[in-house]
Design a protein around this ligand. Structure first.
Ligand SMILES: *Cc1c(COP(=O)(O)O)cnc(C)c1O
Length: 410
């Protein structure tokens, strides 16, 4: 009889979004005329930039002719995409990342999970609380945790609370950890890290021989030029950090699928036999064996985002969402709600009024305002008492939502 990976049995049954769906469906059934506005799931709403669409059209036409056809491409991605990433996203900002340290893929979600293939099974792992659930669940699946307790906290994971009390900056762990997941600008809290904060983590990692997994999926939303967009803007990060970036949020590729991961050549580990091993080489080996590259058409589309027109269109797309975020922030503050985030990230993280529980607030918002958001407790126990609103929506929906919010809260 074959066996299964029983680590999957430890997973808390994908609770958050199914539970939201269940409550929304029940409300809709009871109130079929209610016009529900969803500010919940972090998916983009606006169409692709025109330059990106043109890039993909041209790529499809190339594939339609024998002379310009492309079959399998490089597993690491085409130079026509890796080069402008290295030049524009890194070198132009004075950051030392070369094109051959960039691995193009079909998503950051899969990369953050797949990276565990090249890491050992006995690392102690730290995550912030609240957190993007993928970091947790992929480690559960890989057998790196024990069972979850009633609050949903897994044995063997180190949880670092981020709340208003610490200004959403996690304290350094009190017992040494080997792997640290950081996401800035942050999903779900919408908060951002300063260079000093990242430096503190990089210094910690170098002192303890730890690895930082830096998720920069929202870097394009950073609007203050003094804030870091990459962990490699911090001294020493090339020796201790892997960075994940995605085209999902900046050019609307959640359905198209393209991302990249940076594994610097300076990043070394020591095998149990004492040999020094390059993580870059391990990841290259992993990708060459288990991945056959992102689609040619999609990479051409992503590359078009690095042309001057593409840059300008990407910027206006981000500006559009960030204006939504600003309206949400201002609208909520006007009715006395305490809000965080939404300045360098497309998420607004609000404190529920009157100390309401996250799910109670969810029900009240749905019932009284026909609005759907995401309960903070769904991202971790320390998210209790908070609530996430996404700025990924039409302007009209955002404006209507703010009006309804006012009537619910006041
Ligand atoms: C949206 C998002 C990503 C992007 O994932 P893709 O698989 O590239 O779409 C990565 N990390 C976080 C925290 C996100 O919210």
């Amino acid at each position: 009889m074959f066996q299964i990976n029983e680590n999957y049995l430890k997973l808390k049954a994908g609770y958050l979004f199914p539970e939201i769906g269940r409550r929304v469906a029940a409300f809709s059934d009871a109130h079929p005329d209610a016009q529900i506005i969803k500010l919940g799931i972090g998916d983009v709403t606006e169409p692709l930039p025109a330059a990106v669409v043109a890039g993909m059209h041209a790529a499809v036409d190339e594939l339609a002719s024998r002379d310009s056809f492309h079959g399998y491409g490089p597993e690491q991605g085409y130079a026509f995409l890796r080069d402008p990433i290295a030049e524009q996203d890194y070198q132009a900002r004075g950051v030392n990342v070369s094109a051959d340290e960039i691995f193009v893929s079909d998503g950051s979600k899969c990369d953050t999970g797949n990276i565990l293939d090249i890491l050992g099974a006995n690392n102690s792992i730290a995550i912030t609380d609240p957190v993007y659930p993928v970091y947790v669940d992929t480690n559960v699946m890989a057998g790196h945790t024990g069972e979850a307790d009633d609050a949903g906290r897994y044995d063997k994971l180190v949880y670092l609370p981020v709340t208003a009390d610490n200004n959403f900056v996690a304290e350094l762990p009190t017992s040494p950890v080997d792997i640290i997941y950081l996401c800035y600008p942050n999903n779900p809290t919408g908060t951002v890290a300063t260079k000093e904060t990242l430096q503190k983590w990089v210094d910690y990692a170098r002192e303890h021989g730890s690895l930082i997994m830096f998720d920069a999926a929202y870097e394009a939303f950073v609007s203050d030029p003094s804030l870091p967009r990459s962990i490699y803007e911090v001294d020493g990060a090339r020796e201790c950090a892997i960075e994940f970036r995605s085209f999902s949020k900046n050019i609307g590729f959640t359905g198209v699928r393209c991302a990249f991961t940076v594994v610097p050549k300076d990043l070394k580990a020591t095998a149990s036999c004492g040999t020094e091993v390059s993580l870059h080489q391990l990841w290259n080996r992993r990708q060459s064996t288990k991945f056959n590259g992102a689609s040619y058409v999609v990479q051409k589309g992503a590359a078009a985002a690095y042309t001057p027109e593409g840059r300008a269109q990407m910027k206006s797309l981000i500006d559009f969402y960030m204006t939504n975020a600003k309206l949400l922030r201002e609208g909520l503050e006007a009715v006395g709600i305490t809000v965080y985030g939404g300045e360098h990230a497309p998420y607004v993280w609000l404190q529920t009024p009157d100390g309401m529980g996250s799910w109670d607030f969810f029900d009240r918002l749905l019932d009284k305002g026909h609005l759907v958001g995401t309960p903070g407790s769904g991202f971790g126990a320390a998210g209790e008492g908070y609530f996430r609103l996404s700025a990924f929506n039409s302007r009209e929906n955002v404006e209507t939502a703010i009006e309804r919010f006012k009537s619910v809260v006041s």
